[in-house]
Write a protein of this length. Structure first.
Lengths: 119, 379
């Protein structure tokens, strides 16, 4: 049986600001409800790796989280989105991965992001 | 009016409805268990006869088409379904749901302190979190000033209103009002300050959290309750903790939810300026999710804790829930003139050994009554 959780990642550049908004969407494509458990307030992680394979940015670096257990439920065909902002990314080409931080389910998506040189 | 997003609102209503269904019926005056007094409006005499047939006692027959009867509560649904019955309503004043003594308050003997008149009045407790519901009936009397370093998302009454639930839950554990409803806190009359450093999703930047700690110190408040953490540290947050500690703030923080694990206390709990709190369950076992390590100084209730959320009450688990138990007790001590350092050592020296390893329980389980000098041998 295929994994019912399907993740997609999109990126929206912000016009005025030199930052990127990453949006991870996780959809339950299965026929049964999916319960997602979380150990704390972190629901998703976002990581950017450069063309040499080095990690250059991780969303959770520089953040702290509420320390209560959490649970979210996805009905069939229901989806949930998580956003992360990458401020002032250096110019370059990156593989960016967004992944669900649930303790009992996996879902992740990767895309290539090109950050142009600033004029 | 406080805005709530539909999902949160619906969940809260569901939880509140369940509470009414269970404690509401139990709390009603009744001659025998399961008997309720109801007013039945009918549209035909057959409806009246059905109500009277079910009745243990007919209390009143009105000149208009209604009777007041005492019936078994199981009969209510059947009467409501009848086409010749217009309504069945519970008679009498709708009592506010009785205040519950939560297991965390009971186990830490905080109610013993209350019975001796200790309420934390005069202490200022800052909840560095997702905000606090500004119109919760179990918190409102205790709310002081608030400050938002991350503004709540939505048309809320206050920028520091809680758009998550987490902060309101922690606030209630520390210092919910001792009134006729809901719950009461470890302290009950201290002043709660919402310092909103976590966003709607429950996360916050190092900079915003450091600013919240600095702000708490600059206000001269007594306690900073930090139900938050990360597995890696921040020099800025550490510096803010030093700043606040030097200015007399009692800093308490959640050990983290990385358990089961050893030597895994998160930050800021692992900083020497902070009292790191691990979490216990009602059977005095260590909560399975609780981080442990040499930095843990005290353990407090954190599994299945019932407390306030915007619009109602809910049950959460986490070292987040253990932390405000300690914050409320520290508020009690500082209301009585203890410094932050004295309060910290007093809480440790009076904690109850519950037989866990020292990296799990630190000095032991929080004992509010013993910290305040009262006999807590009843447990």
């Amino acid at each position: 049986m295929s994994d019912p959780l399907v993740a997609t990642l999109t990126v929206a550049p912000m016009a005025e600001d030199v930052s990127l908004t990453l949006i991870l969407t996780v959809e339950n494509t299965g026929r049964e409800q999916q319960d997602l458990s979380f150990a704390d307030g972190q629901r998703a992680e976002f990581v950017a790796v450069d063309d040499e394979g080095s990690e250059v940015w991780r969303w959770s670096d520089g953040r702290m989280f509420a320390m209560a257990l959490g649970r979210e439920t996805l009905a069939p065909d229901e989806s949930v989105t998580y956003e992360a902002e990458w401020s002032s990314p250096p110019a370059g080409e990156y593989e960016v991965t967004g992944s669900l931080s649930a303790t009992d389910a996996d879902a992740s998506a990767t895309m290539t992001v090109v950050v142009p040189e600033q004029g | 009016m406080v805005y709530r997003d539909p999902k949160t609102r619906r969940d809260v209503l569901k939880a509140a409805g369940a509470a009414v269904a269970t404690t509401g019926l139990a709390g009603m005056a009744s001659a025998t268990p399961g008997t309720v007094e109801v007013n039945v409006g009918y549209s035909d005499d057959s409806g009246k006869r059905a109500a009277v047939a079910e009745a243990d006692q007919v209390v009143r027959e009105f000149n208009f088409d209604a009777v007041t009867v005492r019936v078994n509560e199981n009969a209510v649904a059947g009467l409501r379904k009848r086409p010749d019955v217009r309504y069945v309503e519970v008679n009498g004043t709708m009592h506010a749901l009785a205040q519950q003594l939560t297991w965390g308050i009971d186990r830490t003997d905080s109610e013993v302190a209350h019975a001796n008149g200790d309420t934390g009045a005069g202490a200022d407790i800052a909840i560095l979190d997702t905000g606090i519901d500004s119109d919760h009936p179990d918190l409102q009397a205790n709310l002081g000033a608030g400050k938002a370093f991350v503004k709540s998302r939505g048309p809320y009454a206050e920028a520091w209103d809680d758009d998550n639930d987490h902060g309101t839950h922690c606030a209630g554990i520390a210092n919910a009002d001792d009134n006729s409803q809901g719950v009461k806190g470890v302290s009950t009359e201290a002043t709660l300050h919402a310092v909103k450093v976590l966003d709607k999703r429950g996360s916050g930047s190092f900079s915003d959290i450091a600013a919240g700690i600095e702000y708490t110190a600059d206000q001269g408040w007594d306690v900073a309750s930090m139900s938050l953490g990360a597995s890696s540290g921040s020099q800025t947050v550490k510096d803010a903790c030093t700043y606040a500690d030097d200015r007399g703030v009692f800093l308490v923080a959640a050990a983290g939810n990385s358990g089961p694990c050893t030597d895994c206390v998160g930050y800021p709990a692992a900083y020497s300026e902070c009292m790191a709190v691990s979490s216990s369950a009602s059977d005095d076992s260590l909560s399975g999710f609780s981080s442990t390590g040499p930095e843990v100084e005290i353990v407090a209730p954190g599994t299945d804790i019932y407390s306030t959320v915007p619009g109602g009450y809910d049950t959460f688990s986490g070292t987040s829930m253990a932390t405000p138990h300690v914050a409320g007790a520290a508020g009690q001590l500082m209301a009585n003139g203890y410094t932050n350092a004295d309060a910290r050592s007093r809480l440790k020296s009076t904690a109850e050994d519950i037989g866990l390893a020292s990296n799990e329980q630190g000095s032991g389980l929080l004992d509010t009554a013993a910290a305040l000098g009262y006999d807590s041998s009843d447990n």
